[in-house]
Write a protein that binds this ligand. Structure first.
Ligand code: PLP
Length: 386
């Protein structure tokens, strides 16, 4: 009997599960094996080997991930950066040129400006909200356009519809890091993106206990990235596959609660006389709020804000809060608080960082799944010290 599997929450639980269940187990077993018996297989490409991301644990995840973003194919990777580097290395070579949004996750910014530049790939950074400025930068060697669904840590929402249109018109691959939205809030392939990338470390897994990544999108491009990943050696190990698989089953529930909690915390912060500015696409004051409402089903759990008291007040607030852990990363069940200038974006020279709009006093809060009222009480008490 065919299972009625249409909604995202049903897909998260039922797609990719072994049929019939292995030994009757309702939970995907871990195939903790680097290599697999070949006698009954027909050719080299049938050989299973954990680095080739084709063990039963990998394949179950590939089916689940592609189904939840309504894409043709998916590939899990050993980290978000492994997903980003495998995707970009598979699409770019010496002499090529790419366009990239001008405020990206620090690790991605480093990959573009240090590694890709060293290997002969030219990058132009563009304002994701100024489509008219993109055209003059296109060269005969331009291959792709790289953006983030919402930028980290400023939560800008670029003109994503214009990006996919522009890429179609110019024959460029469109690549988006969809980590902050998660497949629950946004499914890039539905808008026309070729590849959607994730740090699975964040919402996909959701429990801050593994590092993982994913490449989701057109089958030909995912296969190409897979060949590159095989050479780079960035596969996810079977045990981490198991944890990611388990974490994903509650993705829908978790992300909807992250959306709700973050909206409540953002509203509270915006109303505080100590707060100068809150960056959260769910607030009507956000510059791209209307676009975010049109494209997304929710606004995610990450927000950032600045205090009227500047960097000194930011340091005091971070010392005074008791529920959020003072730690980098995001998307876990527990709230995490950081100052990007000192953590995720510390590698970017200070003047460039400030040009990007990341002030030294900017605070980034990954709102977890604690009760919103407790988080607000904690923040309210901490703000009194600022
Ligand atoms: N993309 C975004 C938006 C991130 O925030 C991060 C990590 O913070 C990454 C990618 C890299 O992911 P990972 O740490 O899993 O390599």
């Amino acid at each position: 009997m065919a299972k009625p599997i249409r909604a995202l929450d049903t897909k998260l639980i039922h797609v990719g599960e072994p049929e019939p269940p292995i030994g009757g187990a309702v939970s995907m077993p871990i195939f903790q094996s680097a290599t697999f018996e070949t006698r009954r297989q027909t050719g080299y490409h049938d050989q299973r080997y954990a680095r080739l991301s084709n063990t039963p644990n990998h394949e179950a995840l590939h089916a689940k991930l592609s189904a939840v973003e309504n894409a043709e194919a998916a590939l899990v990777t050993g980290s978000g950066m492994a997903a980003i580097s495998a995707a970009l290395f598979s699409l770019l070579g010496a002499g090529d040129h790419m366009l990239a949004q001008n405020c990206l996750y620090g690790g991605t910014h480093g990959l573009l400006t240090a590694e890709l530049a060293r290997l002969g790939v030219a990058v132009d950074f563009v304002d994701g909200n100024q489509p008219a400025s993109w055209e003059p930068l296109v060269r005969p060697t331009t291959r792709l356009f790289y953006v983030e669904t919402m930028t980290n840590p400023l939560l800008e929402v670029g003109d994503l519809e214009a990006v996919t249109r522009f890429c179609r018109e110019h024959g460029l691959a469109s690549v988006v890091d969809n980590t902050l939205a998660s497949p629950v809030n946004f499914r890039p392939v539905e808008l026309g993106f070729d590849l959607s990338l994730h740090s699975g470390t964040k919402y996909l897994n959701g429990h801050s206990d593994i590092v993982a990544g994913a490449i989701i999108g057109r089958a030909a491009l995912v296969a190409r990235a897979n060949r590159t990943l095989n050479h780079l050696g960035g596969a996810l190990d079977p045990h981490a596959c198991f944890l990611l698989h388990r974490g994903m089953k509650t993705l829908g529930l978790r992300v909807r609660q992250h959306n709700q909690n973050a909206l409540e915390v953002a509203r509270f912060l915006e109303a505080s006389p100590k707060v100068a500015r809150v960056n959260y696409a769910g607030l009507p004051s956000h510059r791209q709020h209307e676009r975010a409402r049109r494209l997304f089903e929710g606004f995610g759990g990450l927000l950032s804000f600045e205090l009227k008291g500047g960097p000194a007040a930011a340091t005091r607030l971070i010392e005074a809060v008791s529920l959020p852990y003072v730690a980098p990363s995001l998307g876990g069940v527990e709230s995490l608080i950081t100052r990007p200038a000192a953590t995720s974006h510390a590698g970017i020279p200070a003047d460039e960082r400030r040009r990007m709009g990341i002030s030294d006093g900017l605070i980034r809060l990954s709102v977890g799944l604690e009760a919103a009222e407790d988080l607000i009480e904690d923040l309210s008490r901490a703000l009194e010290t600022c």
